[in-house]
Design a protein around this ligand. Structure first.
Ligand code: ADP
Ligand code: MG
Length: 597
C-alpha cells in the first residue's frame, strides 16, 4: 500500500555517524580516546594541542610503536581493534581501548588524519578519514610513533556542533581529561597546549600525583599507601583545610581509570568526618589497584562507573588507609590548647541561602544612586555596624555571649594574632579568620532581612574577560544582581560593572569579579545555586576581612573583639578553620609543671 514505511538497511556511513555519538560527545572525549590509544601503543611522551577548545583542532603526537602500513586501513574500520581477540579477554581487560570504534567514530564526524611510523619501518604513512570517507594510506613524512589530527569536529553534524559549549568550557573539559590521564600514567610525559600556549608540561614521574591540584597545595598533603592482600591503594590526601565545596581536587582511579565511585567517595568523606566542615570535599588523589576479576570496568565505557565484586572491602580499605594517614600526621600543634569545637553547620545557614532564591527581587536590592566611595586602606574591623533586629525575629537563638571573654585589652602579635586574657586563662585569635566569620554572618543577616544596598557607579568599571568567563557571568548574573552586583558582558571580551554592594565598599569591584570568574573549570557551573551563593559570600567575607599582617589600632582591636560574641559560630571561620585557640590556666600550669605541688 502506498505510504507504508519501508524497512531499509541504513547506509554504513550513517550507522557509523550514529555510533559516533556513543563515543564522541565533545572534544574532551576525542582527546580521551586518542591519549588512551597512545598509552596503549607504549608511548613515553604524548603531546596534546588543541585550538578553540578542540572544535577547530585536536592534535595528539606520541612516540609509541606506530601502526604498520598494512594495518593502517583497519585502524579506521569500525570494530577493528588489535586489543581484544576473544571473549575471555573481555574479563581481563588491561588496555584502555577495547571496542575498536574510536577512530572510526571520530573519523566519521571530523576531518581526521593519521600519520604513523613503526620503528622498523623506513617511512611514515598517512591516512585520512573525512566524515567517513577514507583515503590512503600514502607515504608521508613523520617520526616513529603516531600523530592523529582531528579538525573541525562535527563539521557534518551541525546539531552536534551547535550543542558544544563556549571555547573556555570545552577547553576546561579537555584539561580535566588530560590531567586525569596524566595522573593515572605517571611514567608517561605529557605536554598540553591550548591555542599555542603550554598549559601543562609534565615530565615523567616527578611529583605527578600533585599535577591536579593548585601549586600552593604542594606542601599540604599526606601520603596514602596500603595493601590488603591483592588490593593496593596509594596516593595522597590534602590536609583537612584543603577540603573544598566542590569535588575538583578529588581524583579517584580504579585500575588506572578515572572513576566516580560512590563507595570510594563515601569512604573518603567518612575518614575526614569531624576534621572538615560537612559539605566540603576532601582533596585526594587515590589509586586503587586490584586483580582484574575483582572489578568490572565495562559497566559503561563513558560513565566512569565500575562495579566491585567486594565493595565493602574497597570501602574499608579506603577509609582505614586515609584515616591512618590523617592520624599519623601531626595535625595538632605541640602545645595542645583547646581548639573550640566546630559546631555543626546550622540548619538556618542553608535555610537562609535557600530562602534567598525565593525572595522577590524588588525587596531584595535597594539601589542607591551615589558616587563610588574611595577604597580606604586598612579595613576598620567591623565593616558594618552590629546588625539589629535579625535572629530573634525568626526564631533563631543567638549564640550566648561568651562569659569568659570580657575584653581586658588585647595585644596584637605579628600583625596577625590577637591575644587576650579570659577569666580562666587566655585566648589567641586569628584576626583574619574571626573578621571573615563576622562579615559572613553579617552578610547572611542582610540576606535574611533582604536589604543589600547597592551603590551605582557613575562610571562603569570594565575589565577583559574570555568567552568562558562571560558564560559563567551570564549564569551568575541573576544572583549577583540580587546581591547588589550589576555586572554584564560589555562587547565580546569585556565585562562592565555598574553597581556594587555599598556594604563592600572596601573591595575593588573589578578585582572581586575577576577572581570570581577566574575560578576555573566548571566549578561554578556545576554547583547548585545555594553552593554558589555560599561560595560568593565566602569570597566576599574573605576579601573584605582584615588580613594576616594588617596592623590594627587598639580601637580596631577592641571593635573586632567586641563583635566576637555577637556572632554565631565565631569560633570557626567560614572555611571551618578555628578562629580561636584557648589555653586555660590549668593548661598553662601543666605546661610549666606547676601541677602536683
Ligand atoms: P581500540 O583502541 O578500541 O582498539 P581504536 O579505534 O581506538 O580502537 O583504534 C583502533 C586500532 O588502531 C587500535 O587497536 C590500534 O591497533 C591502532 N591504533 C590506534 N591509535 C594508535 C596509536 N596512537 N599508536 C598505535 N596504534 C594505534
Ligand atoms: Mg582506542
Amino acid at each position: 500500500m502506498d505510504g507504508r514505511p519501508v524497512i531499509r538497511q541504513l547506509p554504513q556511513a550513517l550507522i557509523n555517524r550514529i555510533a559516533a555519538g556513543e563515543v564522541v560527545e565533545r572534544p574532551a572525549s576525542v582527546v580521551k580516546e586518542l591519549i588512551e590509544n597512545a598509552i596503549d601503543a607504549g608511548a613515553t611522551q604524548i603531546t596534546i594541542d588543541i585550538e578553540e577548545g578542540g572544535r577547530k583542532l585536536i592534535r595528539i603526537v606520541d612516540d609509541g610503536r606506530g601502526i604498520a602500513p598494512d594495518q593502517l586501513p583497519l585502524a579506521f574500520a569500525p570494530h577493528a581493534t588489535s586489543k581484544l581477540t576473544d571473549d575471555a579477554d573481555l574479563l581481563s581487560i588491561r588496555t584502555m581501548g577495547f571496542r575498536g570504534e574510536a577512530l572510526a567514530s571520530i573519523g566519521s564526524v571530523s576531518r581526521c588524519r593519521i600519520v604513523t611510523r613503526t620503528n622498523d619501518g623506513d617511512a611514515a604513512f598517512g591516512m585520512d578519514n573525512t566524515g567517513g570517507e577514507v583515503t590512503g594510506p600514502t607515504p608521508a613524512a613523520g617520526n616513529v610513533g603516531t600523530t592523529v589530527e582531528v579538525r573541525d569536529l562535527f563539521f557534518n553534524v551541525p546539531a552536534r556542533r551547535k550543542f558544544l559549549k563556549a571555547t573556555g568550557t570545552e577547553s576546561s573539559y579537555v584539561t580535566e581529561t588530560v590531567l586525569k590521564l596524566a595522573l593515572a600514567n605517571p611514567s608517561v610525559g605529557f605536554r598540553y597546549s591550548r591555542d599555542g600556549k603550554v598549559a601543562h608540561d609534565l615530565p615523567p614521574g616527578v611529583d605527578r600525583l600533585l599535577a591536579g591540584w593548585p601549586k600552593e597545595f604542594r606542601d599540604q598533603h599526606l601520603a596514602v599507601d596500603r595493601r590488603d592482600q591483592d588490593y593496593h591503594l596509594h596516593g595522597i590526601v590534602g590536609l583537612p583545610e584543603l577540603a573544598a565545596p566542590h569535588m575538583r581536587y578529588q581524583y579517584l582511579f580504579v585500575a588506572g581509570r578515572p572513576v566516580k565511585d560512590r563507595h570510594m567517595i563515601h569512604a573518603l568523606r567518612e575518614a575526614f568526618r569531624g576534621l572538615c566542615e560537612p559539605g566540603r570535599h576532601p582533596a585526594a588523589v587515590l589509586m586503587l589497584n586490584l586483580p582484574p576479576g575483582a572489578v568490572d570496568v565495562n559497566v559503561h565505557p563513558q560513565k566512569l562507573e565500575v562495579r566491585f565484586r567486594e565493595s565493602n572491602r574497597v570501602h574499608a580499605l579506603v577509609m582505614s588507609s586515609v584515616k591512618q594517614a590523617l592520624l599519623g600526621a601531626n595535625l595538632a600543634p605541640k602545645l595542645k590548647p583547646k581548639v573550640e569545637e566546630p559546631e555543626p553547620p546550622r540548619e538556618n545557614v542553608r535555610e537562609t541561602l535557600a530562602a534567598f532564591f525565593k525572595q522577590d527581587l524588588q525587596q531584595q536590592t535597594r539601589l542607591e544612586n551615589v558616587q563610588p566611595v574611595e577604597t580606604t586602606e586598612v579595613a576598620a574591623p567591623p565593616a558594618v555596624p552590629p546588625s539589629q533586629g535579625d535572629g530573634s525575629s525568626n526564631g533563631e537563638s543567638r549564640e550566648e555571649v561568651d562569659p569568659a571573654l570580657p575584653i581586658r585589652g588585647a595585644i596584637q602579635l605579628h600583625n596577625s594574632y590577637l591575644v587576650t586574657q579570659t577569666d580562666d586563662g587566655m585566648v589567641i585569635i586569628d584576626q583574619h579568620a574571626l573578621h571573615e566569620r563576622i562579615i559572613f554572618e553579617d552578610l547572611l543577616q542582610r540576606i535574611r532581612r533582604g536589604n543589600l544596598e547597592s551603590q551605582h557607579l557613575l562610571m562603569p568599571l570594565t575589565f577583559d574577560a574570555d568567552g568562558r568567563q562571560l558564560e559563567v557571568l551570564e549564569t551568575l548574573r541573576p544572583m549577583l544582581l540580587r546581591l547588589g552586583i550589576d555586572a554584564e558582558a560589555f562587547g565580546p571580551d569585556a565585562v562592565a560593572v555598574r553597581s556594587f554592594p555599598s556594604f563592600l565598599h572596601k573591595l575593588d569591584p573589578v578585582d572581586f569579579l575577576q577572581q570570581l570568574l577566574q575560578r576555573d573549570e566548571s566549578e561554578l557551573e556545576k554547583a547548585d545555586d545555594e553552593t554558589v551563593l555560599h561560595e560568593v559570600l565566602d569570597m566576599m567575607s574573605c576579601k573584605a576581612a582584615v588580613k594576616a599582617g594588617d596592623p590594627l589600632t587598639p580601637e580596631e582591636i577592641t571593635a573586632l573583639l567586641a563583635r566576637r560574641d555577637l556572632v554565631s559560630r565565631s569560633s570557626n571561620c567560614p572555611h571551618g578553620r578555628p578562629t580561636t585557640l584557648r589555653l586555660s590556666l590549668t593548661d598553662l600550669e601543666r605546661q610549666f609543671k606547676r601541677t602536683g605541688f
